[in-house]
Design a protein around this ligand. Structure first.
Ligand code: BG6
Length: 521
C-alpha cells in the first residue's frame, strides 16, 4: 500500500507536540470525579499535557464527588494515568504530578459543601500559587449541571475575585467546561443555556464535544482550506453524495440508565456527527478565531432542511456475535427495559439548502454493536460526464467506480483517494486503486484522544473547538422533531438487527431506494 512521504523533521515533529501558548497557573476542578471519564480520559490527558510541557508549573487538580474518597483518589488517578494513559509507572514526572491531586467530597446540592470547596481552593492557591484561576469541569450526570452552576454562582465562585495577589495585575479567570449531553431536546437545551448564561458569560463557557479535539477532525479543515485543489470540487457540481458513519462494535458498557434516556440520535448524532458534518460542509471561515469558525458552523446547521420522518431509520440490536464472541441483545443489558424502545442505531438522510450543497444528499448512520469500530466520512464524486470506458461497466469487478475521498476519523486515522487505474496488460482493463495517507505512518505518532487538546484550549481560553450556544440549539432544533415523531410512533419489530452486523435492513434501504449503497468499511 502506498504511503505518504512527510517532509517534516523528527525535531520539528517533537516541537509540534509542545504548545506555543502557555496556560496561566490554575486549578482544574472536576465535578463527578469518581466516574470513569475522570480516571480513563481526563487525568491521562492532563498528564500527557504535563509530559509535553504544556501544563503550567503552578497547577493543581481537585476531584469533587459524593463518595468519601479522600484516602484513595490520588492513587486511583495514578492507576488511571498508567493504565488508561499508557504511561510508565516509573515516569519521573508522575509522582510530583499526583502530589498535586486533591479530593473534596460533597453533595452537589449542598450549600455548605460549596463553602468548604471555596475555602479549599483558596488554600490551594496559597500552596500551589495558582493565582485564583479556576477551570471547573462538569463531568457529572447531566441532571446535576444546573444545580452545580447555580451554586457556583451563589457562592461567588463563578466570577474571578480580581485582582489576586501574585497574578501580576492580570486578574484571575474562571471558566467552566460542560460535558455532553447538553440538554435532552431543544427546550431543555435552551433552558440549560439560560441557566448557565445567568451565571457565566458565554466566553467563560466551554461546551465540550471530544470529537473536536481529535486531530483527524481538525485536519478536515486543514485538508479543505490549506490545499488549493480540493475546495474547487467541494460542491454540488462535482459531489454526488456524502456519507458519515460513526460505528461502534461495543455495546452500552454498563451505562443502561444513561443510554435508555439517550439513544443513538442524542448520544452521538446530535453532537459528534453534526460537528463532523459542519466541518465537511462549512464555507471557509474568515479566520481560525472561535467566533469566525462558529459562525460558519451555525450557517450549515441552519441551512439543513427539516428532516422528514421517512428519511430517518432507527434500529436496536438483538443478540449476536462480535469479534467471534456471543453477545446479548440491548434489551437483555443491565438496567434496560425488556421492551425498551431506545434506538441503538440511527440513520438519516438530509440536505443542506445552500448554493454549495443544494441537491447533494447526505447520509448519516451511527450505532452500537455494529460490525466494527469505524468513524469515516466518505465524499463520493459524480461520474465523469463522458464515460469513455463505459463498455467496461458491469464487466469485471463492478464496472467503473466513482472517485471517493474518504476521511478516516478513527481508527487507522487517515485520508484516502480512490481513483481508476489501468490494469497492466494489452487490454484496456481498469480497476479502482487507493492513494493513502495514514497519520501514524506519516507522522509516527498516534492521534491523541481529544481531551488533551480541549483541556489545553480551555485553560488558554480558546473556544474555537467548543460548541456555542446557538450551535447546540440549532442541532437540537433539527433532531427534536425526529425524537418526537419516534416517541409517538413506537417500532414494533425491535430488535431489528443482530449485534455484529451493519444495522437494520431499513438503514441500507435508505440509500438503496436512491440507487446508492453505503460504502463497505
Ligand atoms: C460518547 C458517547 O460521547 O462518545 C459514547 O456517549 C460513545 O456512547 C463515545 O461510545 C464514542 O467516542 P469515541 O471517541 O470512542 O469515538
Amino acid at each position: 500500500m502506498a504511503t505518504t512521504q512527510v517532509t517534516i523533521s523528527p525535531e520539528a515533529l517533537k516541537a509540534s507536540q509542545h504548545s506555543e501558548r502557555a496556560p496561566d497557573p490554575c486549578i482544574v476542578v472536576i465535578f463527578g470525579a469518581s466516574g470513569d471519564l475522570t480516571k480513563r480520559k481526563l487525568l491521562p490527558a492532563l498528564y500527557h499535557l504535563e509530559q509535553a510541557g504544556n501544563l503550567p508549573e503552578n497547577f493543581a487538580v481537585v476531584g469533587v464527588a459524593r463518595r468519601p474518597l479522600e484516602q484513595t483518589f490520588a492513587a486511583d488517578m495514578k492507576d488511571g494515568i498508567v493504565s488508561g494513559g499508557g504511561v510508565d509507572a516509573a515516569d519521573d514526572k508522575l509522582d510530583p504530578f499526583v502530589g498535586r491531586i486533591r479530593y473534596h467530597a460533597m453533595n452537589f446540592d449542598d450549600a455548605a459543601g460549596y463553602d468548604a470547596l471555596k475555602k479549599l481552593l483558596g488554600d490551594l492557591d496559597g500552596e500551589f500559587k495558582t493565582q485564583g484561576n479556576r477551570l471547573f469541569y462538569l463531568a457529572t450526570a447531566p441532571e446535576y449541571f444546573s444545580d452545580i452552576i447555580k451554586f457556583l454562582g451563589e457562592h461567588g465562585m463563578a466570577q474571578p475575585e480580581a485582582p489576586v495577589e501574585g497574578a501580576q495585575g492580570k486578574g484571575s479567570w474562571v471558566r467552566v467546561i460542560i460535558e455532553k449531553p447538553f440538554g435532552h431536546d431543544l427546550e431543555s437545551a435552551k433552558a440549560l443555556n439560560d441557566e448557565v448564561n445567568k451565571v457565566f458569560r458565554e466566553d467563560q463557557i466551554f461546551r465540550i464535544d471530544h470529537y473536536l479535539g481529535k486531530e483527524t477532525v481538525q485536519n478536515i479543515l486543514v485538508f479543505r482550506f490549506a490545499n488549493g485543489i480540493f475546495e474547487n470540487v467541494w460542491n454540488r457540481n462535482y459531489i454526488d453524495h456524502i456519507e458519515i458513519t460513526a460505528a461502534e462494535s461495543i455495546g452500552i458498557e454498563g451505562r443502561g440508565p444513561f443510554y435508555e434516556s439517550a439513544g443513538a440520535l442524542r448520544d452521538v448524532v446530535q453532537n459528534h456527527v453534526m460537528e463532523l458534518l459542519s466541518f465537511v460542509a462549512m464555507e471557509p471561515p474568515v479566520s481560525f478565531e472561535a467566533s469566525a469558525v462558529r459562525a460558519e458552523k451555525i450557517k450549515v446547521y441552519r441551512a439543513i432542511s427539516p428532516i422528514h420522518p421517512a428519511d430517518t431509520v432507527r434500529g436496536q440490536y438483538g443478540p449476536g456475535m462480535v469479534d467471534g464472541k456471543a453477545v446479548i441483545g440491548y434489551r437483555q443489558e443491565d438496567r434496560v427495559h425488556p421492551r425498551s424502545q431506545t434506538e441503538t442505531y440511527a440513520a438519516l438522510r438530509l440536505e443542506i439548502e445552500n448554493w454549495r450543497w443544494a441537491g447533494v444528499p447526505i447520509y448519516i448512520r451511527a450505532g452500537k454493536r455494529l460490525a466494527k469500530r469505524v468513524t469515516e466520512i466518505t465524499i463520493q464524486f459524480k461520474q465523469p460526464p463522458l464515460l469513455l470506458f463505459k463498455d467496461r461497466e458491469g464487466k469485471g469487478a463492478e464496472g467503473i467506480k466513482s472517485n471517493i475521498i474518504s476521511m478516516r476519523i478513527q481508527p487507522d486515522e487517515g485520508i484516502a483517494l480512490r481513483f481508476e487505474a489501468k490494469i497492466p496488460g494489452p487490454s484496456m482493463n481498469i480497476a479502482p486503486v487507493n492513494m493513502n495517507f495514514n497519520y501514524s505512518e506519516a507522522f509516527g505518532v498516534s492521534s491523541a484522544n481529544g481531551y488533551e487538546r480541549l483541556l489545553l484550549d480551555a485553560m488558554l481560553g480558546d473556544g474555537t473547538l467548543f460548541a456555542h450556544r446557538d450551535g447546540v440549539e440549532a442541532t437540537w432544533a433539527l433532531m427534536t422533531p425526529i425524537l418526537e415523531y419516534w416517541a409517538k410512533n413506537p417500532i414494533k419489530d425491535f430488535p431489528n438487527y443482530a449485534a455484529g452486523t451493519w444495522g437494520p435492513s431499513t438503514g441500507d434501504a435508505l440509500m438503496e431506494s436512491e440507487g446508492r449503497k453505503w460504502r463497505k468499511l
